[in-house]
Design a protein around this ligand. Structure first.
Ligand code: DGL
Length: 261
């Protein structure tokens, strides 16, 4: 079973991509809604929460962990890997690689939470691949609460996105990494405000491809039966809004259980 966690609803964009890429696998998702957002927390706290979340998924039977959160990937990837000896996937490197491959002029923008941007993780990952790339970053702290609230088509959201996109537009980026798993939900409005010519890179697809490749090269870790994979969703706080947003992202209703971490 694949264990996936995020601070809230955003990681479901990764689950959606995994359901398409590795359909036979069971997935257990943990949305840490009681402690969201992670993007404004310290590195120590993000690491502690991530280790805690991984422990819960292991107790549920996970054999592979996907950190479906850019903030947790930026700070806790090494710690989770050291603590638990099993394959762990993070979103930063696959997203950076996809951006470098798709950018024509290597002028790459990155948006994310305050913590993700402050970590410098995307910049390092991009420069490791192409040192000559120009990287422009912007923290967009208001976007996660807007997505958690389901404010997807509101005029206020469009106004805030426009304000965040302005400095990136001025820098004439040709590619923009949606460096937070919540942001693909706002993809349309982001594309409208940044301009149709800018390529949007979404790390959800990039990480799902990486997991697909892992199973192709490790067939013995694959599902042992032919039935479709089962999806289980846990949250750490009751949230009706989570149910509505999950339907929006996954396109179907899901059963949500309360996690006892
Ligand atoms: N979805 C998370 C990310 O990818 C973060 C949201 C948050 O908790 O701040 O960074």
């Amino acid at each position: 079973m694949i264990g996936v966690f995020d601070s809230g609803i955003g990681g479901l964009t990764v689950v959606k991509a995994l359901l398409e890429q590795v359909p036979g696998h069971d997935i257990t998702y943990l949305g840490d809604t009681a402690r969201t957002p992670y993007g404004s927390k310290s590195a120590d706290t993000i690491i502690r929460y991530s280790i805690n979340n991984t422990g819960f998924l292991l107790r549920k039977g996970a054999r592979l962990i996907v950190i479906a959160c850019n903030t947790a990937s930026s700070y806790a990837f090494e710690a989770v890997r050291e603590q638990y000896h099993l394959p762990v996937f993070e979103v930063i490197e696959p997203g950076a690689r996809q951006a470098v491959e798709r950018s024509r002029r290597l002028r790459i923008g990155v948006i994310g939470t305050r913590a993700t941007i402050a970590s410098g993780g995307y910049e390092r990952a991009i420069k490791a691949l192409r040192p000559e790339a120009k990287v422009v970053t912007a923290a967009c702290p208001l976007l996660v609460p807007l997505v958690e609230e389901g404010w997807i088509r509101k005029a206020e959201t469009a106004m805030i996105v426009r304000k965040y996109m302005h400095p990136l537009k001025t820098m004439q980026i040709d590619t923009l990494i949606l460096g937070c798993t919540h942001y693909p939900v706002l993809r349309k409005v982001i594309q409208r405000k940044i301009g149709a010519r800018v390529v949007l890179v979404d790390s959800a697809n990039a990480i799902a491809q990486r997991v697909g490749h892992y199973f192709n090269t490790h067939p013995s870790d694959g599902p042992q039966n032919d039935r479709p994979g089962r999806l289980k969703i846990f949250v750490t706080d009751t949230a009706d809004q989570f149910q509505r947003s999950a339907r929006l992202i996954l396109g179907r209703s899901v059963h949500i259980e309360l996690a006892d971490l």
